[in-house]
Design a protein around this ligand. Sequence first.
Ligand SMILES: [Zn+2]
Length: 226
Amino acid sequence: MGEIRIKPSIFFKKTFACPICQNKFREFRIKKSRQRVIRVDTDFATHCDGPNPIHYAVSVCPVCGYSFTKNFTSPSSETVRHLKSVLLPAEKDFSAERTHELAVYSFQRAIICSFINQEKEVIKGGLFLQLAWTHRFAGEEDDEKINLGNALYYYTEAFETDRNLTHQLPQMMYLIGELHMRLDNDREAIRWFGQLISNYKDQSPQYAKMARERWQEIRGIAMNSK
Ligand SMILES: [Zn+2]
């Protein structure tokens, strides 16, 4: 019974408005004061003791099924019409505490909606990366790698085509290098880390330092395996 008493104090109910069907709905979110970070991985995945806030990144409208994050752009009236004709309501309940499976499902739905809504590549990359982390937290390595690969693809697209990312470029270069490293493309990882270090060592010393550490780690692994 103790657990039942503790849980309500970890969560609070937040109200969302669906941009497709205008329905207002409430979902659990984790209180900042109750989030317990254990460690942060080199690709920024944040491990928590207890429920992970990432499981609650996606809002799922219980009426029409539209699934979105706070980073989504508001859909045009044409997209709203299109979404209404293809969306199916989720048969599952996303409003309360979410299991790992529900969290995975919420990201899969948000990814589909991000494509229909023509979100930017950086948004798609972020969804795939968060889905990869969700699999990592559950020890599902194969699914993690598939989604790291998808995240890498969309971040690279964003880097090459999105002219509005100026301020985020050092972080994005670091992440692209990092994802290559995690997918065992050491040569590409070194190339991205190297570019980041030479182009941004004064402008963005924090990411340049992180890139240098990762670069040294790759060299260390290569030395040890000889
Ligand atoms: Zn809706």
